[in-house]
Design a protein around this ligand. Structure first.
Ligand SMILES: NC(=O)c1ccc[n+]([C@@H]2O[C@H](COP(=O)([O-])OP(=O)(O)OC[C@H]3O[C@@H](n4cnc5c(N)ncnc54)[C@H](O)[C@@H]3O)[C@@H](O)[C@H]2O)c1
Ligand SMILES: O=C(O)[C@H](O)COP(=O)(O)O
Length: 335
């Protein structure tokens, strides 16, 4: 059997490459943001048995091009670029590295929040252009304000812990998380999205992009937030109606936003966000740190090795475990 792994995007951390090599696997790559057809071509040509999914969609068409494909391993957490049902119906587990990039992304969420609230970018730009500006740039203190966490998973909880250090009070909404996720932070559990929105002077998004959450933050939802609130999004751009967000910033309903992700990536050169200085933008880089890159890369490769070598993979690592349970059993995947 082939021992090739296809990575859809750039090089993995050297520790991940070393782990693959140690187990006799070789890594081949597609270009960044490759279309499905290009991914399929690389799969066919390489005979890869596993994919480390970084960029680009892995859909049924890709899976059908490669009957030898045994496992897809996300280089991170968000699996909205992978057709989980199509994978399950072909007996292919989709693995995630939940928690491996949580601290890095949480730090990034806090960086975006502080940059937006303290107007760091326009002040820096003004100063470099010779302007010593203070009027019109009065900030606000975050201490004592309420931060709402949408989703209470690994990144939300890491963000919450850091926000507590700034004196923010925490509320959260997550229909699937256990009470312990809220209790460990002393966060109030909201019974509905509306309850969360109504209290969030800062709203930080940390839930996956699914058909249920797509554009959950639209004009109607933003109108339910306190006037002058901030939005931080390090999750997925598709959670937000981007035009509605810009309108809300322009009307003053929102005081600003910090966004690491976009509905379409990379965004078009004339994206409406680029005209709005109260919105701080970064290029989906929250999880890109030396430390997280090493942990995520190693976890992603380890998962593929475990499946191919017939070792047991923890249930929590399998994103499509419920779908797989209804599909023909794989001997080496714990049910
Ligand atoms: N910016 C980046 O570089 C970056 C890096 C990692 C992850 N992400 C994104 O962040 C998201 C969260 O990552 P994580 O590691 O915390 O994942 P996680 O799986 O630990 O947590 C996600 C949480 O969202 C909850 N959830 C699901 N549906 C929900 C809904 N409708 N409303 C509220 N909560 C809901 C789940 O119950 C879970 O507790 C990922 O899905 C991914 O899209 C972005
Ligand atoms: O989901 C993640 O862990 C990060 O957002 C990385 O996602 P990407 O590799 O799809 O950009």
């Amino acid at each position: 059997m082939s021992k090739t792994i296809l990575v859809t995007g750039p090089d993995l951390d050297p520790a991940a490459v070393a782990l693959a090599t140690e187990h006799g696997f070789d890594l081949v790559h597609t270009p960044a943001y490759a279309e499905s057809q290009v991914i399929s071509e690389h799969l066919v040509k390489s005979g890869a048995v596993g994919i480390v999914s970084r960029m680009g969609r892995i859909d049924a068409e890709v899976m059908d091009a490669a009957p030898q494909l045994r496992v897809i391993s996300k280089h991170g957490v968000g699996v909205d670029n992978i057709d989980l049902a199509a994978a399950a119906s072909r007996g292919i587990p989709v693995l995630v590295a939940t928690g491996a990039n949580a601290v890095s992304v949480a730090e990034h969420a806090i960086a975006l929040l502080l940059a937006a609230v303290k107007r760091v970018l326009p002040l820096d730009e003004g100063l470099r252009a010779g302007r010593w500006e203070k009027p019109g740039f009065a900030g606000r203190e975050l201490a004592g304000a309420t931060m709402g966490l949408m989703g209470m998973g690994a990144i939300a909880r890491a963000t919450g812990r850091m926000a507590q250090g700034l004196g923010l009070k925490l509320v959260g909404y997550d229909p699937f998380a256990p009470d312990s996720a809220f209790e460990e932070l002393g966060a109030t559990r909201c019974a509905s999205v509306d309850e969360l929105l109504a209290q969030s002077e800062v709203l930080s998004l940390h839930c996956p992009l699914t058909p249920d959450t797509r554009e959950m933050l639209n004009a109607e939802a933003i109108a339910k937030m306190p006037k002058g609130a901030y939005v931080v999004n390090t999750a997925r751009g598709g959670l937000i109606d981007e035009a509605a967000l810009v309108d809300a910033v322009r009307s003053g309903q929102l005081a600003g936003a910090g966004l690491d992700t976009f509905a379409s990536e990379p965004p078009a050169a004339d994206h409406v966000f680029f005209d709005e200085p109260a919105i701080v933008l970064t290029p989906h880089i929250g999880g890109v740190t030396r430390e997280a890159g090493a942990r995520v890369g190693v976890e992603a490769v380890r998962g593929i090795i475990q499946i191919i070598e017939g070792q047991e993979v923890p249930q929590a690592r399998i994103a499509n475990r419920k779908l797989l349970a209804d599909a023909p059993a794989l001997e080496n995947v714990e049910k």
